[in-house]
Design a protein around this ligand. Structure first.
Ligand code: FAD
Length: 428
């Protein structure tokens, strides 16, 4: 690799300003690496729902840049009871018919940080303030990327007819990534995510209403309500002012839309789906608005990408490894990606555009196996929660043991070592 000067002389285009794109941009700015974000929306935005981050993700935030961690801490919400400080989730039999409150915990998974959740829009708003206006370009929908043979630069073509140039492109454009399709072709199986045959209802409701119907222990602390063909996650967000609910349902059929991942539904649909659950879960669902969205859970599990890069084009976050959310780790893995990729790009041996393909190769070697494992294990985890996993069924001890093992792989990840290993790969 070139090592003639001390200042990096390349420019990175980031496509997409979700959690993967914005954390990467902030991390690159820390290292004085020139970059720009091209986002199809009119601003950085996220939906009004909760998202949980585990210790690996929090560690990755600190590697990206401590301002991301500060932004996170500003809006993070933990379990409200001091005795539940380390609880990630209390697991509960959601079908318990008794109206005794609170429904008993079957087992708990704990780690040193416990439940660590944010309201997505709040976290994004905090991070958006860390990105200077000149770096962010909105209403830029990527259509294509091609190399300009005369300059060797990559030209990004946007739907509005404009073009931008960069030495490398990182596609952080989510589950329906256009960058992924550009890399492998529109006809490649991995260009299209597949339906996992689960959908989810999501709602955020005032905490006092949740306390009223299920009691303070369950409302104010993270709980996972297991049951056949369905499960529900509940946890506090916005410093305990609101109660976040995600209710998953297995669906034997096909998702009815070819282009929409979210479809309108009604509270009665949710109550019908969960009719075999006990009164606590039904009361939670009763708290939702009459009109409630249904989110299809798609992933890249059937058709994993063969590589995270080709030449000087790379994919990161959901664009590379969209997963079902049953481990609550997809966004955390986006931040892991940003920590590793930014550290590689900042490596002192990376000085010019000629070094960038080697960076992406090292990123692929460092990240692909772990991220694709998550996609597969998350699918199985969804089945474990619903007493439907082969070899475990409704054996709660087996479910607990298996979950402990797989969560350990996610949580006990040494991020510093991951970065060092990736840098060693860069030099090999
Ligand atoms: P996205 O958030 O999808 O961002 C992609 C961005 O790219 C968007 O802003 C989009 O507008 C833009 N874009 C797309 N196409 C183009 C284009 N052609 N040109 C320009 N811009 C483009 N993860 C966790 O860690 N913890 C959780 O608790 C958790 N819960 C979840 C619950 C549910 C129900 C779901 C569905 C997911 C959950 N996840 C969770 C996963 C997490 O939400 C995702 O992994 C994460 O948000 C993906 O971030 P991203 O930046 O890669 O993609």
């Amino acid at each position: 690799m070139a090592s003639d000067t001390n200042t990096p002389k390349f420019h990175i285009a980031i496509v997409g300003g979700g959690i993967a794109g914005i954390t990467l941009a902030i991390a690159l700015m820390k290292h004085n690496i020139s970059c720009a974000i091209y986002e199809q929306g009119h601003a950085f935005s996220e939906i009004g729902a909760g998202v949980a981050f585990s210790p690996n993700a929090v560690w990755a935030m600190k590697i990206c840049d401590k301002t991301i961690h500060t932004a996170f801490e500003k809006v993070a919400t933990h379990n409200q009871w001091p005795s539940k400080k380390n609880v990630f989730f209390d697991f509960i039999d959601g079908t318990t018919k008794s109206i005794a409150e609170p429904p008993a915990t079957v087992f708990s998974l704990t780690n040193e940080q416990g439940a660590n959740s944010v309201h997505r829009a709040d976290f994004m708003e905090e991070m958006a303030q860390l990105v200077p206006g000149e770096i962010a370009h909105f209403r830029k929908h990527l259509d294509d990327i091609a190399e300009d043979p005369s300059t060797g630069k990559l030209r990004l073509k946007f739907h509005d007819g404009t073009v931008a140039e960069a030495d490398a492109v990182v596609g952080c454009d989510g589950i329906k990534s256009r960058t992924r399709a550009v890399l492998f072709g529109d006809d490649h199986p991995s260009a299209h995510p597949t339906y996992t045959h689960k959908y989810a209802y999501r709602a955020v409701v005032p905490m006092e209403k949740a306390v009223e119907v299920i009691g303070d222990e369950r409302a104010q602390n993270a709980s996972l309500w297991m049951g056949p063909k369905s499960h529900v996650l509940t946890f506090p967000i916005t410093q305990g002012k609101t109660f976040n609910l995600v209710a998953f349902q297995t669906d034997e059929g096909e998702w009815p839309s070819s282009n929409k991942l979210t479809l309108p539904a009604h509270k009665t649909d949710a109550l019908r789906d969960f009719k075999n659950f006990g009164p606590a879960v039904l009361r939670e669902l009763e708290l939702t608005n009459e009109d409630i969205d249904r989110w299809a859970i798609f992933d890249l599990g059937d058709h994993p990408v063969p590589s995270f890069y080709k030449g000087r084009i790379c994919i990161s976050g959901d664009a590379a490894h969209a997963t079902s959310p049953h481990h609550g780790a997809g966004a955390g893995f986006c931040i892991e990606d940003s920590a590793v990729l930014s550290s590689l790009l900042a490596d002192e041996r990376v000085r010019s555009h000629r070094d960038l393909e080697a960076v992406f190769a090292a990123f692929d070697a460092a990240r692909r196996e772990r991220a694709q494992w998550l996609v597969q294990d998350s699918r199985r985890t969804g089945e474990l929660y619903e007493w439907n996993a082969e070899g475990a069924g409704k054996d709660l001890k087996k479910i607990e043991d298996e979950l402990r093992n797989s969560y350990a792989v996610i949580w006990n990840y040494d991020m510093d070592k991951a970065v060092e290993d990736a840098k060693a790969e860069l030099g090999s």
